[in-house]
Design a protein around this ligand. Structure first.
Ligand code: ATP
Ligand code: FE
Ligand code: MG
Length: 337
């Protein structure tokens, strides 16, 4: 089964062709990070204009690279939420137009399910499974009793993990998005500063990163007032330790209470080297659970992951009419059947 997929929920315009949900025939991604960097975040109007400029080129590139004719395709998968409405609309229009032109059915895909499904590019997820979904807009522990069934057992009460990296990055005048840069700085620094690991003792699986963010802001302002120079690498190490500690602590608790066959690490923050290392170590204590991190090149936004999740829907005969609309606030609970 060959599925062509469209992703445009944030600042990546992407089209991919994926066979049977796990073989990537092509994955064309155009990123617009450079256009947003000077604003320190995504500017929605700029984003949708970029998507319009790039979508046709990205589509042609995906078809050329895969050497696949449209008539050899079985369906069109598309992200319809969550994300920026103006950005989502461009991919949705592209997908519907392509589907109409080639007589193909449309598969609606949740962007977050896509992030998780990208684990299948590493090895097949076995069920029941759990996922830690950590991205720019989301931080969730998701229980999947079977394929394509999602139960959010814990989530952030304020900032997402990636958002906290990006906000600390802005404070330190690092280029947006700052996750990768802070990850690199953290390797060079020492954990000299004690920041709070939020909610470590509470009896649930939720996260909170705004207290940590405030602690970092206070630390920097305090140092500035006293005209002390900050060792940015040490700050990065100390901050990243606090984020990873919080993620590991909640994950450990969830794995103890929900025995699963696979544990998936997904979303843009899944690229974090310390998080990958520490989860690998944690999973050593759970020999019945296989650790399946999304391969590095598929952690950020891309259409291949939408093709992987699209295949889950395809197998369940979940298709959309051509009046499918965007759902910018889509979450997992809506997907439960
Ligand atoms: P969502 O998926 O929630 O809709 P999004 O699509 O904007 O949000 P992603 O593209 O999945 O988010 O992830 C981007 C985030 O990942 C950014 O916040 C970025 O800083 C973060 N990130 C990328 N690489 C790393 C890294 N090595 N360490 C930590 N964070 C990282
Ligand atoms: Fe994303
Ligand atoms: Mg992104």
């Amino acid at each position: 089964t060959k599925i062509i997929s469209f992703e445009s929920s944030a600042d990546e315009t992407s089209v991919a062709i994926v066979e049977d949900g796990n073989i990537v025939l092509s994955n064309s991604v155009a990123t617009q990070i450079n256009s947003h960097q000077r604003f320190g975040g995504i500017v929605p109007e700029v984003a949708s204009r970029h998507h319009i400029e790039w979508i046709t080129r990205v589509l042609n590139d995906a078809l050329d690279t895969a050497h696949v004719e449209p008539k050899a395709l079985d369906a069109v998968a598309v992200t319809y939420g969550p994300g920026l409405v103006g950005s989502l609309l461009v991919g949705l229009m592209g997908a519907k137009t392509f589907a109409l032109a080639h007589g193909l059915p449309v598969i609606p895909v949740n962007h977050l399910a896509g992030h998780i499904a990208a684990a299948n590019f590493n090895k097949p997820i076995k069920y029941p499974a759990m996922a830690l979904m950590v991205s720019g807009g989301h931080t969730e522990l998701v229980l999947m009793r079977e394929e394509n069934q999602f139960e959010v057992i814990g989530e952030t009460r304020d900032d997402a993990a990636g958002e906290s990296f990006d906000k600390v990055g802005r404070l330190l005048n690092l280029p947006y998005p700052a996750g990768k840069t802070i990850d690199e700085m953290a390797h060079r620094g020492q954990p000299t500063i004690k920041f709070p690991t939020a909610m470590a003792h509470e009896d649930n699986y939720d996260f909170s990163f705004s207290g940590l963010k405030s602690a970092v802001i206070n630390y920097v302002h305090h140092a500035n007032q006293k005209e002390e120079t900050i060792n940015q690498d040490d700050l990065a190490t100390s901050f990243q330790n606090a984020v990873v500690d919080a993620l590991i602590g909640r994950t450990k608790r969830a794995l103890e209470n929900f025995p699963v066959k696979s544990f998936v690490l997904a979303g843009g923050v899944a690229a974090n080297s310390q998080l990958r290392e520490e989860l690998t170590m944690l999973l050593n204590d759970f020999p019945k659970t296989e650790f399946i991190p999304v391969p590095m090149q598929y952690t950020g936004d891309n259409a291949a992951m939408i093709g992987a999740a699209g295949y889950w829907n395809y197998k369940k005969n979940i298709f959309a009419d051509l009046d499918l609309n965007t759902d910018p606030g889509l979450d997992f609970e809506l997907l439960q059947s």
